[in-house]
Each structure stands twice: as structure tokens, then as C-alpha cells.
Design a binder for this molecule. Sequence first.
Ligand SMILES: [Zn+2]
Length: 245
Amino acid sequence: MDLEITYLLNSGFLVRAGKTLLVFDDFEDPTHEVKKAIEQGGFAQLYFFASHSHFDHFNPRIQAYEAAASRYILSDDIRCRNGCRGFDPAKLTFLRTYDRWQDDHIEVESFDSTDLGTSFLVTLKEDDTKIFHAGDFNWWDWTGDTAENRKLAENAFRKQMKKLAGLKADVAFFPVDGRLGPSMEKGAKVFCRETDVKALVTMHSVGYPVWQPAAGFFAAGKEIPVWSPRVSGEKNRLQDGRLLK
Ligand SMILES: [Zn+2]
């Protein structure tokens, strides 16, 4: 299915897939894209996802959309931190790692993160379109850190990558964080090599220049389209497997 993707901020995205709207990690939405999409209508289902409770991924103000929302699918650590007091329990689902949830329209599978919470694989039942949102799963290789900590970060990443190896998705949202400097694309590089994703949207790099994959980033013959949005409200379309921008 063709997807219209709108960048909110940090790891926040609005995805329109036919009659389904999916909102990921909407901690801030400076250009009010979610509100505008709700007012515009033309959708039958609206799902909110939050990968973990950190302030740059989850903001309880998404409760304001409760009347329009079909469901909030939140990482379990948000419940543990009492982050969603006041939400309608009938519209809340908490997922632990390696958990599943489905309704008539979508199926959600959660994986582990290397930070807090989960990543999500969402399948649209209508035509099996698959969307992966990594949350803060990444190879967090901080170059100034001790060798021991850097090894721990690598081990945690590689351990989780084993569970994701061979994963198929039409598009993956994955961190390429400018703060990691020379290591910023390490995680995305391994992820793209070890999974079968067809397009990459990078995230979690507020304030850094647009990223482009260096030569050799993709395995030979596995080059895929990349989008690295920077401006809130920026839109792209995944059409016939190609990103239009
Ligand atoms: Zn984060």
C-alpha cells in the first residue's frame, strides 16, 4: 500500500495508509500535523504508538486525541511510570517486549530496545504492508565512552539484532543520531544489512544536518531509498516501493 509519511519531531511520525492513520512517538508536533489530519478526516482507524516513556518519545498530551483515537499502543514501561493517568482504559494497550496485539485492521509485534521500552512492527492486514519503528533501539556507540561501555552497547545491539535478522518491512524508521558523531550510522548500517527492509527513514537527530548514507553503507545489491527529514511537517510518499523525495 502507498504510504504518506509526515515527520513530526525527533522519532515522531504520522503515517497515512489508506483509511488507517498511525502515529508514532508523538512527543511534540510543532506544526500540528496530527490535529490537522484528524480535522481533515477521511480515515477509519487511528492508532497511537509510544515506544517508551522518555520525554522525547512519549507525551501524555496525546490523550487530547482520545475521542478520535481507536487505540493507544504503549510500551509497558509507560504504565509502570504512571505516565498515562486519565487515559480511557478501554482504549489502552500496553505491550511488553516480544508481545503481540491485533484487531481487525492491524497486527502489532513488539521487540526489545537497547534503551528503554520496545520497537514495533505493524502489519496492515488489508494488504500485508509492514512498518517497523525502532523506538530507541540502536547501537548506541558513544565515542567518548569507556571501551567497556562501548562493548556492552555493541553486545546489547547485536543480541537484539539476532532476533530481528531477516525481518521484512516495507519501511523502517531507525535512529541515525548526529550526537554519535562518527558512529551515528553504525546501527542503521547493520540493521539494513541483516534485515529485509525496502525503505529507510532516519530519525532521532534533531538539530543535525540531513544524513546521507556513505559509500558502502548498504550491502551490494541491497541499496534502498532513504529519507532523512529535518523540518517538522515535512512529508514524503512511499509509492510502489519508492520514496518520492
Ligand atoms: Zn530517544
